[in-house]
Design a protein. Structure first.
Lengths: 182, 168
């Protein structure tokens, strides 16, 4: 599937053009993206650690899971929206970037891990709600989730160091590398 | 300050950091993971005051659950942040965002120390519903750490954000 026309359309859109020419838009959207992704990571980490029995299993899993879910999803929503906007700014460059695709793939894997946990493993949650170590499947889901979300942040940071700059030198520009006249 | 930064940037330690191209992105990644732990720890305590999470636990217990994570992650951030600054001293001291961020961190650390010392003495019982003033402080704490994160990200965009206030 060739995504190039779609990617180019995103980059040539008026919104993308506005973000590129506005001085502050990208800086603000980027900061929001970091705020949102670390909130996703931190809130999920609390649930994952609870599945692993860290620091203990005293609290009701169902209750803490329910409490944090809206914060995680709210932050994920902001991450996704700001992420799409940042992608649009330099869509062609990101489309070619390996770290970007590794990050997207890792988010999908984290989503699959979450779905398996929510649809299967969490069904038995009432039997290990508190005071007992959760079953192996739940602990595995917690450990996988930590690894995958750390990887999402690693690849995200790597995009910034590998994307390079997407510009071409206009034909009429002539470079003169001779020494300037004294 | 600029002269000091120029000198620091030319020291063998700074050159050693600069020459290891994998080091800066690695330290930045650890720094970002740790701000997640710091922020969500503080957020959890603030949301407990606001009655949003962990209302079945006294506030003291919530603080003791998160304080070790908060301080440990903050310590790691101080270490990674220091190495990053030694690696790019001119970039950091030229950024107004950097100086405002450092000031806000001092406020954040001082208020966390004060809170940690007084939370045990407060009537932090399970059923505690907190007053208007405590709620205002909780919201201000969240805003403070959000501002620290924004300013951290804005060191890279200092000219765009502050324009002529940029210190270079």
């Amino acid at each position: 599937m060739d995504l190039t026309p779609l990617v180019e359309a995103a980059q040539n859109s008026a919104l993308s053009e506005w973000m590129r020419t506005s001085l502050k838009a990208v800086a603000i959207i980027n900061a929001l993206h970091v705020l949102a992704i670390v909130t996703v990571f931190g809130t999920i980490l609390i649930v994952d650690l609870r599945l692993l029995g860290i620091p203990n299993v005293r609290r009701s899993f169902t209750r803490m899971h329910h409490e944090l879910l809206r914060w995680t999803w709210g932050a994920f929503g902001i991450s996704a929206i700001t992420g799409v906007l940042l992608f649009m700014v330099n869509a062609v460059t990101y489309h070619r970037n390996t770290a970007f695709w590794l990050k997207m793939a890792t988010i999908v894997l984290a989503g699959i891990n979450m779905l398996v946990f929510e649809l299967m493993t969490a069904k038995s949650a009432p039997s290990w709600d508190k005071g007992v170590i959760p079953p192996n499947a739940a602990r595995l889901a917690g450990a996988l989730s930590i690894v995958l979300w750390v990887a999402v942040i690693v690849f995200g940071r790597w995009i910034g160091f590998t994307k390079g700059y997407d510009f071409t030198i206009p034909e009429e520009v002539q470079f003169d590398f001779s020494a300037p006249a004294q | 300050m600029h002269d000091f930064a120029e000198w620091l940037g030319s020291t063998p330690l700074s050159v050693a950091i600069q020459s290891r191209l994998w080091l800066t992105p690695t330290l930045q990644t650890i720094h970002i993971l740790m701000i997640g732990v710091v922020f969500v720890s503080m957020l959890s305590v603030a949301l407990r005051v606001l009655g949003q999470v962990r209302t079945e636990e006294p506030l003291t217990e919530v603080w003791h659950r998160f304080a070790p994570w908060f301080w440990t992650a903050l310590g790691v951030m101080a270490g990674t942040g220091l190495i990053l600054t030694i690696g790019e001293p001119v970039r950091e001291v030229s950024a107004l965002s950097f100086w405002i961020k450092m000031t806000l961190i001092v406020v954040g650390v001082a208020s966390a120390l004060y809170f940690g010392r007084t939370v045990g003495t407060a009537a932090a019982t399970v059923s505690s519903v907190y007053s208007g003033r405590a709620r205002v402080v909780a919201v201000m704490t969240i805003v403070l750490w959000v501002a620290i994160m924004f300013l951290g990200r804005w060191i890279a965009y200092d000219v765009e954000i502050w324009e002529s206030w940029h210190l270079a």
